[in-house]
Design a protein around this ligand. Structure first.
Ligand code: SAM
Length: 323
C-alpha cells in the first residue's frame, strides 16, 4: 500500500495534484468550497487566543494536496505576523504545487526539521489518517493473520497469507470467527510522534471517516472497510491497478485516540464533524441572520454539505487533543 500510494515515481499520490475534486477521483470536505477552511480558521484563531496569543506560533497541515485548504485558512486568518504555516507533504509533485500556490508557506517532506524550533502549534490534517498504510488482517477463529500481497510466478500481485500478526499490532482487537477480515493501521504513533515533538504546547486535530473500535470490528462488518477510488467510483480490489487508484480504509478512532495519548496528548473531543463545525460556526451563523445575498446562500449550502448527517456531517468525525 505504501508503494502503491507513495512511491515517488509510480505512486498514486506521486502524480500532479488532481486526485481531489470534481475532475479527480474523490471529493473531500475541501471540495465543498472555502467555508470549510474559514470555519477551521475560526477554530484555530480561538485556540490561539485561548493560548494567550503567543507571538510566534505555527500551523502544521499534513497532506495539503493542491494547497486549497491552506489558502482558505490563511485568507480567513488575514495578516498574522508571527505565524508560520508549515505543510508536511511527502510527495514531491504535490509539494511543488503547494510551494507555487503558497509562497509564504514552509513545505517539508517530513516534520522532523520542525522539532529544532518547537513552537506553540495547531497541527491538523483532513483525510490524512485514512490514507496512511494499513495491514489487512484475517481471523482464523483464534488469532489474526496478515492477509498480505505477494508476486505470483507470472509476475502478478496476488493475496497471500503472510503468517500470524504480531501481538502488539492486534492488541485490543476482539476475537472474530474464521474468515472475518478487517484492517489495522499500526503506524499511527510513529506518524504522530515527530509532529508532537515539534510542538511547544498546542492542539492536534484530525478529521476523517471512521468508527470507534466496537463499531470498527463489529461482528457484522465481516469484510472490513478497505476501498479504492477512481473517478468517483468505489471498488474493493487494490490489486486491480496499483498506482492508478486511491486506496483507503476507515480510521479506528479508538486506536487514534490511544496513539494521541501515547505521544503526550490529552483528548479533548471526539465527535461528528457536523456537531464540531456547527459549534465553531455559531457566531458566524448569528452574523448571517437576515442576509439573503447569493454569497450567503452559497455559504449556507456548503455549510449544509459539511454538517448535515445525510452529507458529510455524520460520516466524518473530528478528534482533537491538547499538548
Ligand atoms: C485523501 S488525501 C487528502 C488531501 C487533502 N487534505 C484534502 O482534504 O483534500 C491524503 C493526503 O495525505 C497525504 N499524506 C500521506 N501520508 C502522509 C504523511 N505521512 N504526512 C503528511 N501527509 C501525508 C497524501 O500525500 C495526500 O495528499
Amino acid at each position: 500500500m505504501a508503494a502503491a500510494l507513495y512511491d515517488p515515481a509510480d505512486g498514486y499520490y506521486a502524480r500532479p495534484a488532481g486526485q481531489v475534486g470534481r475532475g479527480g477521483d474523490f471529493f473531500t470536505s475541501v471540495s465543498s468550497g472555502p467555508l470549510f477552511g474559514r470555519l477551521l480558521a475560526r477554530h484555530i484563531a480561538g485556540w490561539h487566543r485561548q493560548a494567550g496569543s503567543p507571538d510566534r506560533w505555527r500551523i502544521v497541515e499534513c497532506g495539503a494536496n493542491d494547497g486549497s485548504l491552506a489558502a482558505d485558512i490563511l485568507a480567513a486568518l488575514g495578516a498574522s505576523p508571527g505565524l508560520e504555516y508549515a505543510i508536511v507533504e511527502p510527495l514531491p509533485l504535490l509539494a511543488a504545487a503547494q510551494r507555487e500556490r503558497l509562497p509564504a508557506a514552509r513545505v517539508l517532506a517530513s516534520p522532523e526539521a520542525l522539532a529544532t524550533d518547537p513552537l506553540p502549534s495547531f497541527v491538523f490534517g483532513n483525510e490524512v489518517v485514512d490514507a496512511l498504510p494499513f495491514h489487512v488482517i484475517e481471523s482464523d477463529g483464534h488469532r489474526w493473520r496478515i492477509h498480505g500481497v505477494t508476486l505470483s510466478p507470472d509476475g502478478r500481485f496476488v493475496w497471500a497469507d503472510l503468517g500470524e500478526a504480531a501481538p502488539e499490532l492486534v492488541a485490543g482487537i476482539p476475537t472474530r470467527p474464521a474468515g472475518y477480515r478487517s484492517e489495522v493501521r499500526g503506524g499511527v504513533p510513529a506518524f504522530l510522534a515527530p509532529l508532537a515533538a515539534a510542538m511547544k504546547g498546542g492542539r492536534m486535530l484530525w478529521l476523517d471517516y471512521g468508527f470507534e473500535r466496537d463499531d470498527y470490528y463489529h461482528p457484522s462488518r465481516t469484510t472490513g472497510t478497505l476501498r479504492t477510488f477512481s473517478r468517483h467510483r468505489a471498488a474493493e480490489d487494490p490489486l486491480e491497478s496499483p498506482g492508478e487508484i486511491d486506496i483507503t480504509a476507515h480510521v479506528d478512532f479508538t486506536a487514534l485516540s490511544a496513539a494521541l495519548v501515547q505521544v503526550g496528548g490529552t483528548v479533548l473531543r471526539f465527535e461528528p464533524q457536523g456537531r464540531f463545525l456547527t459549534e465553531v460556526a455559531r457566531p458566524w451563523l448569528l452574523e448571517l441572520e437576515g442576509r439573503t445575498d447569493e454569497a450567503t446562500r452559497k455559504d449556507l449550502r456548503a455549510f449544509q454539505t459539511l454538517t448535515h448527517p445525510g452529507h458529510l456531517g455524520s460520516k466524518f468525525h473530528v478528534i482533537e487533543a491538547a499538548f
